[in-house]
Design a binder for this molecule. Structure first.
Ligand SMILES: Cc1cc2nc3c(=O)[nH]c(=O)nc-3n(C[C@H](O)[C@H](O)[C@H](O)COP(=O)(O)OP(=O)(O)OC[C@H]3O[C@@H](n4cnc5c(N)ncnc54)[C@H](O)[C@@H]3O)c2cc1C
Length: 449
């Protein structure tokens, strides 16, 4: 039986507060389950966009539908916590522009809200001579991207900034910072609710279709022609749907008839943590010079807002989307990844790198060896295994990492009322406020809001 959401059903409705613990509705305070726009996915992208939309359109009704009990518990709650400055990305690309703009917007927002952050800076360190030309090219790239306050420093400059770090030359980015992105996500959610938006948790959207008849007892008639059904049989009606499903964005897109590609392939990143008595070794972010042959940035040293220091992450294929333990396994997720030709191609192109990452994930002394190139004083006994995050990596069928945004709709009447954000490329936390503006523009133009 399909039910329309009201309090007392499976879903939890967060009416007035958005905290790290979801507060459930208690009485029959929920007036209706029909909204102008429903946003599926309560991660940082969905919440930032919901906030932007309701601030632009205060007379419309909005809801965020999130499958978990709490908001922002996946990528937005499992990341390095860095406010990136936008050095790495191809000049002129959307990713570069959104990151640079997003970082400035993030700092302004954090100041305005009084949220804690630290502008502790970042050094990208060349430890081999052959890395120096790449470091200099990165500097030029950063300048082209209008990254603030960049400079090249020598061995002495490195020691002044990071007394325990060794290197021949480094790119210094004092504008880079750290923050708790989950807290930021929850604050976006709070803004959204204070502006009148509704957050529903424990609502896993698994069907989107046209309403064929007005629901019994509804006074809305057919004004809200889209029905979103949850896996537990609850139902929300709306005029338009936006999905920001992170690791499930491809599956959500398929619900309204979109192509299965680009496919999301989950990559788990395991962190090591520095023992508290060794925190003095690291002051700000220390990153390697990225190797252009490999798809990820490489393991780095990152201080956290709680005073801890994380080292990593590596990047290994995860056997389960949203699986944070090494042995987490899901037959469908694993089968999907394994049968995807895009992954075969990616693996073929990066086989040595991939095996190395797996090896270093199992044998942490190998990981420590790499880290010692930057901080020679670090030893195996200084580190412990830490938490993990899983990245939603969009891949095309030729094995290329999809680096830019992918918007999709679907087919038929439903497709004309749905917008899927299939890929919001990392660092989507840093870029979230800029991304939200861009998605809101897209929503407005597609749906004539
Ligand atoms: C290891 C790691 C390190 C990173 N480090 C940084 C960093 O330092 N700085 C930075 O800026 N970025 C970083 N990123 C990237 C950043 O965290 C992500 O780009 C960003 O959090 C993505 O947000 P999102 O909202 O798209 O996805 P998510 O946070 O994953 O949110 C998607 C939400 O959709 C929900 N959902 C999915 N399917 C359904 C459904 N059917 N119904 C209802 N809800 C659904 C999920 O439960 C989830 O809450 C990192 C990422 C990883 C994995």
């Amino acid at each position: 039986m399909i039910r329309t959401i009201k309090s007392g059903t499976h879903c939890a409705l967060l009416l007035s507060r958005c905290t790290s613990k979801s507060s459930r509705s208690t009485g029959a305070r929920h007036q209706h389950s029909s909204y102008d726009v429903a946003i599926v996915g309560g991660g940082i992208v969905g919440l930032a966009t919901a906030r932007e939309l309701i601030l632009r359109h205060p007379t419309l009704s909005f809801t965020v539908l999130e499958k978990e009990k709490e908001l922002a518990v996946h990528q937005s709650g499992h990341n390095s916590g860095v406010i990136h400055s936008g050095i790495y990305y191809t000049p002129g690309s959307l990713k570069a522009r959104l990151c640079v703009k997003g970082a400035t917007m993030a700092y302004d927002y954090l100041e305005k809200k009084g949220l804690p952050y630290k502008r502790c800076g970042k050094l990208i360190v060349a430890v081999e001579r052959e890395e120096i030309p790449r470091l200099k090219a990165l500097y030029e790239r950063g300048l082209k991207n209008n990254v603030r306050d960049l400079s090249i420093v020598d061995t002495k400059g490195i020691r002044e900034r990071e007394p325990y770090c060794r290197g021949l030359m480094a790119l210094d980015s004092p504008y880079t910072g750290i923050v708790d992105w989950r807290l930021v996500s929850l604050t976006y959610g709070k803004d959204f609710q204070e502006a009148g938006g509704t957050v529903v948790t424990e609502f896993e959207a698994n069907d989107i279709s046209m309403v064929t008849e007005s629901p019994a007892g509804s006074t809305d008639g057919m004004n809200f022609p889209i029905a979103i059904r949850s896996s537990k049989g609850d139902e929300v009606h709306c005029r338009y749907v936006l999905t920001c499903g992170g690791l499930y964005s491809d599956r959500l897109s398929q619900i309204s008839g979109c192509s299965p590609e680009p496919r999301i392939v989950p990559f788990r990143g395991d962190y090591l943590v520095l023992k508290p008595e060794k925190h003095y070794l690291v002051k700000g972010n220390i990153y390697p010079v990225p190797d252009p042959r490999f798809p990820f940035l490489g393991v780095h040293f990152t201080p956290r807002m709680d005073g801890s220091v994380w080292l990593g992450p590596n990047a290994v294929l995860a056997f389960k989307r949203e699986g944070y333990q090494v042995f987490d396994f899901n037959v469908r997720d694993f089968g999907d990844a394994l049968s995807f030709r895009g992954l075969h191609r990616l693996v073929m192109k990066n086989i040595v790198y991939g095996v190395g990452e797996m090896y270093r994930g199992i044998f942490i002394n190998a990981q420590v060896k790499i880290l010692q190139r930057y901080i020679p004083e670090l030893s195996l006994s200084d580190v412990l295994r830490g938490p993990a995050g899983v990245r939603a990596q969009a891949l095309d069928r030729d094995g290329n990492l999809v680096d830019d945004f992918v918007f999709d709709g679907g087919v038929g009447d439903v497709g004309s009322r749905v917008l899927h954000v299939r890929n919001a490329p990392s660092p989507a936390a840093t870029s979230s406020l800029a991304i939200a503006e861009m998605i809101a523009d897209e929503v407005e133009s597609r749906f004539s809001l």
